[in-house]
Design a protein around this ligand. Structure first.
Ligand code: SAM
Length: 196
């Protein structure tokens, strides 16, 4: 049994932290790539709290991809929200099927981040966006959190904003990192397939 199998009830409550204002902010970042009726993928999206809010804000269809059965089962599936069980590293999803990807507080849980970014580039259309909200590994509190996560078997591969930007670029997704509140930051990049 993995960490998120027993932590699923906690992750469900944790998802409630997203407010309509948060969703409006995130939707504003994604809107250049997501027209009304567009398709968004929330990777590691847990029980779909953000997906439900984003679907309303963007008037789009949001699919939650998550490997944890107990979380996927709680996604509020509707006309606008879908749920798929799977990992970021091997998505059971078609090429070029999404206008944008959002990843919140999940990227550091991916055991093969390179494979995950290759999947981002595969499933997002040319010109689509990738938004990752992450935590900077440098503050002392974050080092303690990383230690705690490793003690329960998680990879806890946190990066600095500069490291994440360089990592994304090395895997073909150019973008920018901007600081948010406390230790958190945002990566926002665009998928370009023209050179393929
Ligand atoms: C801390 S929770 C964050 C959930 C949600 N994104 C949020 O912000 O509330 C991390 C999520 O990552 C998922 N996860 C863990 N490993 C994953 C992987 N390899 N691929 C995709 N999701 C993964 C977990 O099941 C869990 O739902």
């Amino acid at each position: 049994m993995g960490f998120f199998d027993w932590a699923a009830p906690w992750v469900r409550r944790y998802g409630d932290r997203f407010t309509a204002d948060d969703a409006a902010t995130i939707a504003g970042w994604l809107r250049p790539a997501v027209a009304e009726g567009g398709l968004v993928l929330d990777v590691g999206g847990g029980a779909g709290h953000l997906a439900r809010l984003l679907a309303v804000e963007l008037e789009a269809r949001v699919t939650v991809l998550d490997p944890t059965a107990d979380l996927v089962a709680h996604v509020p599936v509707s006309e606008r929200v879908a749920a798929v069980r799977g990992t970021a590293e091997a998505m059971p999803l078609p090429d070029n099927g999404f206008d944008a990807i959002v990843v919140t507080d999940a990227f550091h849980h991916f055991r093969d981040q390179g494979a995950a970014v290759a999947e981002f580039a595969r499933v997002v259309r040319d010109g689509g966006q990738v938004l990752v909200l992450e935590l900077d590994r440098r503050p002392f509190a974050m080092r303690l959190i990383a230690l705690g996560e490793r003690l329960v078997g998680e990879p806890a591969t946190f990066m600095t904003p500069e490291e994440l930007c360089a990592f994304m670029a090395a895997h073909g997704i150019e973008g920018e990192c901007a600081p948010l509140a406390k230790a958190s930051y945002r990566f926002l990049g665009r998928v370009s397939k023209r050179a393929e």
